[in-house]
Design a protein around this ligand. Sequence first.
Ligand SMILES: *Cc1c(COP(=O)(O)O)cnc(C)c1O
Length: 384
Amino acid sequence: MKTPIYLDNSATTPLDPQVVAAMLPWLTEQFGNPASSTHAFGHAASRAVEAARADVARLVNAEARDVAWTSGATESNNLAIKGAALAAQKRGKHLITVQTEHKAVLDTMQWLEKQGFSVTYLAPQKNGLVDIETFRAALRPDTILASVMLVNNEIGVIQDIAALGAVCRGNDTLFHVDAAQATGKVAIDLAQLPVDLMSLTAHKTYGPKGIGALYVRRAPQVRIESQMHGGGHERGLRSGTLATHQIVGMGAAFRIAGELMADEVPKLRALRDQLWDQLKDLPGVLLNGDFEQRIANNLNISLDIPNCDSLVTTLSDIAVSSTSACSTGGVSHVLQALGSDAAMAGNSIRMTVGRFNTAEEIDWAADYLRSKIEDCRAGRLRVA
Ligand SMILES: *Cc1c(COP(=O)(O)O)cnc(C)c1O
């Protein structure tokens, strides 16, 4: 087996070879600036950018003109939250989010607090899901924006965005959704969902790093203050020369995701379940986050086994992600917010399977992890 086996597809994915092929011409002969309106170089780049915009919009069933390019979901979250808060501050200065959001949301909210906004950070339930009545009760007349992610990046749980958004609509509160982990795994229909702003990124869906998008609803129109000033690109929302090759890559990645999704999701689920089936009966292996309302490719476990807290540091043949709820250092704010016995038990291991994993790899990885856990329990494995 070629190791390490990559089981960290929620951190980033490899590029699909078809995405690389689609990008290459735009790095060589087709180098024009999409904003150059006076010659064929610019026209070709501009057409490619608009075709990619349509591909990205199609995956989330939005209108292409509602999609603005950014550098990734971090920037999209900043633009959506700061932009909406600053544009709506005359109506109110209260925002709501959840303790388990990505740092790109939480740190942005904290910055807004320093600017005089007030933020409610809701605790999720022990399974990671936001309770709808708790959410409803947090809304105030001056709540201008709520931000709740669609899929959690650590534990993979899927929030009920439709229900949360409906509550926001009833309170005249804008609703932002970070969907960085969801594209290609969860069907998203922005024509139906009561969502005003949605952050997207390419590199968790087999596209390149450094490119993302923000969906900004135009009907009814959502006003946001731009955060990057300059040439007025993207209808003034986000200035800066468009990165044609990156944009073409994101378009290709999202088009492929849309084509493959129906077949790929069950395949990912089968691989994930194959892994979980081999681990779930081991004493001390605990699951973090709801198992049902969860994306197909995510497994997040804690080990409640004495002296095995640092087991993850010995797993050199599998590429996984680890965080701890209790120890200092790599503290997971997500597991802490859950506060469940499982989450607090010990170090967590996140394993996320992807398009290019095989059943043989999963078998090998499951055997490997199982034997490491058993060795550790029996005192045969020295962990730091
Ligand atoms: C990865 C991720 C981000 C950051 O996206 P970048 O494109 O890497 O900036 C934001 N939110 C979530 C939920 C993520 O998983």
